[in-house]
Design a protein around this ligand. Structure first.
Ligand SMILES: C[S@@+](CC[C@H](N)C(=O)[O-])C[C@H]1O[C@@H](n2cnc3c(N)ncnc32)[C@H](O)[C@@H]1O
Length: 223
C-alpha cells in the first residue's frame, strides 16, 4: 500500500515537474552537498521581474491567487512536505500560471539555491508556530531564519508575516526587533485594516472566522 501511494505521488510530481525548481530528486536536491550554481531567476522565469518568496506555502491557494493578481511579479513558494506541495503545483498548472515556481525543501536548505540579495519580499503566511520552547528554533521567525532572510533580501526588501496565533506573533515581533528589523506596518486585525491589501491563504480562510489575524511588515534597519 505504502509503495503504491509513493508511486502515485511520484507520478503526480512528475506531471508538474516544470513547476519545481528545487526538490528531492537527485539533480534538484537542496540537501545534496555537491556544489551547485544558485538559481538564476532570469533563466527560471525568462524575465527580470521582481522575485518574492513564500515560505511554507501549504497547498498553494495564496501564492496562486497572488501570481494571478500580480503577473509582473515572480513568486517562488517553498514547502517541505511533498504530498502537500504537489497540490500547490497542480493548482498553478491548472491555472496556467507562468510566474510561479516551487521549491520542495525545508527553508533551511535553500541557501545553496538563492543568490544573495536577489529577493524583493519574503512572505510568512500562517507559519507553523511550534509552541513548545524546545522547538523554538524551528519557528520561521527564529534568529537563525532571520539571518538567512537578511542574506537573501535586496536593499529595501521586506518580510511580511500573518498569523492567527498571538503568542507566536508576539514572539516574532521580539525576535525581529532583536535581530535588526524595524517595523513598517503592524495590524492586530488585518481583515479590518482596509489599507493593507490582502489575499487569503487556506489557513487564513479557516481561522479568520475564529478571531483576528495579526500582520507585520518589517525591513532590516541597515537597508
Ligand atoms: C500552518 S501551514 C500554512 C500553510 C499556508 N501558508 C497557509 O497559510 O494556508 C505551514 C506550512 O509550512 C510548512 N513548513 C513548516 N516548516 C517549514 C520549513 N522549515 N520549510 C518549509 N516548509 C515548512 C508546513 O509543512 C506547512 O505546510
Amino acid at each position: 500500500m505504502r509503495m503504491r501511494l509513493k508511486k502515485y505521488l511520484d507520478e503526480r510530481m512528475a506531471a508538474v515537474a516544470d513547476y519545481i525548481i528545487v526538490g528531492y530528486s537527485d539533480d534538484l536536491d537542496a540537501r545534496n552537498s555537491a556544489p551547485t550554481a544558485p538559481l538564476d531567476w532570469r533563466r527560471v522565469f525568462g524575465n527580470d521581474n521582481p522575485v518574492r518568496l513564500e515560505l511554507g506555502c501549504g497547498k498553494g491557494q495564496w501564492v496562486c491567487r497572488m501570481a494571478a493578481a500580480y503577473p509582473d511579479v515572480n513568486f517562488v513558494a517553498v514547502e517541505n512536505v511533498t504530498n502537500v506541495i504537489v497540490a500547490a503545483c497542480e493548482k498553478a498548472k491548472a491555472l496556467g500560471l507562468k510566474n510561479v515556481r516551487f521549491a520542495n525543501c525545508g527553508v533551511e536548505y535553500l541557501p545553496r539555491n538563492v543568490l544573495p540579495h536577489s529577493v524583493d519580499a519574503i512572505y510568512l503566511n500562517f507559519s507553523s508556530p511550534y509552541p513548545k520552547n524546545q522547538y523554538e528554533n524551528r519557528r520561521l521567525t527564529n534568529a537563525r531564519y532571520l539571518d538567512l532572510y537578511r542574506g537573501w533580501l535586496k536593499k529595501g526588501g521586506d518580510i511580511r508575516q500573518k498569523t492567527d496565533n498571538r503568542p507566536f506573533f508576539e514572539y516574532s515581533l521580539v525576535s525581529m526587533s532583536r535581530n535588526g528589523l524595524r517595523f513598517k506596518r503592524i495590524s492586530c486585525d488585518l481583515h479590518r485594516t482596509p489599507d493593507i491589501p490582502n489575499l487569503t491563504s487556506e489557513y487564513e480562510d479557516r481561522f479568520a472566522p475564529l478571531g483576528p489575524i495579526y500582520y507585520v511588515e518589517a525591513e532590516f534597519a541597515e537597508n
